[in-house]
Design a protein around this ligand. Structure first.
Ligand code: NAD
Length: 382
């Protein structure tokens, strides 16, 4: 599946020509409940929707749940729109992807489809993804994150890749600072994990390294009114999305999902809590525990590329720099303060980890490693 992408401030105007090319008169608009208006997205989009019949679906919470998707699927069945536009954060875009793909299938049991992507046989309606946060890169991927009874699943299929991605940084200007911090770490961790993933290719590494080199210099200036920093961040998030679209993410993401669900930590922040420690794990693990078929020499080269992108000498330095940066952008780094304190907490997290993402990690993650990651204080990286 191919995608047409429009990137840059003001690129939202391309909605008009997209609607024209599909002769779309009836539009299903997937949005956040309040953020659609508060972010300014409504004011920005309205002029391009004039003359169309617009039906809005916003009856769901962040981190989409399958039961919420059901209402959107029924709405598509009822109103039969010509096109679906999802404009919002990663949660909104994923909800848009879900209802478009699930409503198109002959199989009506949506849980069955999420558990078995082979049941996806038909492409859904034309779909436009417009991010209003800069982080997830969901506009560039063929997966949709969905939660069923607090367990995170990722429905993956080529048909899920949005037909159009519009990355207009003007839509991200009103994102509050804590959300900026979490989203920017989501993009950065995705790019780093893609770079060291067992599935990395020359193409994915090119996207990932471009994203890392773009994000690092702007991480701190994003929190002020620096418009250029926001433009760079929005494009970098899209590139990180293109990187994970090839490789998927790895252990830090896999372990983060239950931290988001059970300890109420926003997605990018939850991943960042763990990622710094993997600089050390990946650099110090011996050949016997390396799962990447390209072996220790390959992983050492990958890690040394990353150290040079970060401008640090070794894994310990990178790890220290990582948690210092989190601190500087206002993200809590202490897992105990977050609430992960006991063996029972670790067991809960362990029982809900996404094994598929864990298997993309270049190093085997043992229960002992997980225990140490979550309970032993590593923030000093010493
Ligand atoms: P989000 O979509 O959950 O939004 C976070 C908050 O920001 C919400 O309250 C939202 O209303 C608000 N918001 C959004 N845009 C705003 C704006 N411009 N101004 C003010 N407030 C705004 O957060 P997110 O980090 O963008 O997305 C996280 C979700 O994306 C998670 O469920 C994660 O698993 C998923 N994800 C999906 C992919 C993929 O490829 N499908 C990749 C990474 C993450």
């Amino acid at each position: 599946m191919s995608q047409q992408a429009f990137i840059g401030p003001g690129s939202l105007e391309h909605v008009k020509e997209i609607l024209g090319s599909h002769q779309a008169k009836k539009i299903l608009l997937v949005t956040g409940k309040k953020s659609y208006i508060e972010s300014g997205a409504k004011d920005a989009l309205d002029p391009y929707l004039e003359g169309s019949e617009v039906i809005r679906f916003s009856d769901f919470t962040p981190n989409p749940k399958l039961e919420d998707a059901q209402a959107g699927i029924s709405l598509i069945d009822e109103v039969q729109p010509d096109i679906v536009i999802a404009i919002g954060g990663g949660s909104v875009i994923d909800m848009g992807k879900l209802i478009v793909i699930l409503s198109a299938q002959v199989e009506k049991n949506t849980e069955e489809i999420v558990l078995n992507q082979d049941l996806v046989r038909t492409k859904g309606l034309p779909f436009v993804a417009v991010p209003t946060t800069a982080g997830t890169g969901s506009e560039a991927t063929h997966f949709a994150v969905v939660y069923i009874e607090n367990v995170k699943y990722s429905l993956a299929h080529d048909f899920i890749l949005p037909d159009y991605a519009i990355v207009d940084a003007l839509l991200t200007h009103k994102v509050p600072s804590p959300i900026i911090a979490s989203c920017s770490m989501d993009a950065l961790t995705q790019a780093i994990e893609s770079y060291w993933s067992v599935g990395s290719t020359e193409e994915s590494k090119a996207y990932a390294s471009r994203a890392i080199r773009m994000v690092l210099p702007v991480l701190k200036s994003l929190h002020g009114g620096d418009r250029r920093a926001k433009e760079i961040m929005a494009e970098a998030a899209y590139l990180a999305g293109k990187a994970i679209n090839i490789t998927k993410t790895t252990a830090a993401h896999a372990i983060s999902y239950p931290i988001t669900t059970y300890f109420d930590v926003p997605h990018g922040h939850a991943v960042a809590l763990l990622l710094g420690k993997f600089f050390v794990i990946h650099a110090e693990t011996g050949e016997e525990d390396i799962t990447d078929k390209r072996g220790k020499a390959h992983l050492s080269e990958v890690m040394s590329d990353l150290f040079s992108m970060f401008g640090c000498d070794n894994a310990q330095d990178c790890c220290k720099q990582w948690y210092k940066t989190m601190d500087e952008i206002g993200l809590q780094t202490d897992l105990q303060i977050i609430g992960i304190k006991t063996d029972t907490d670790v067991q809960l997290i362990e029982s809900k980890i996404s094994l598929e993402r864990l298997n993309n990690n270049p190093v085997k993650v043992s229960p002992k490693m997980l225990h140490d990651l979550l309970l032993v204080s590593w923030n000093s990286c010493s």
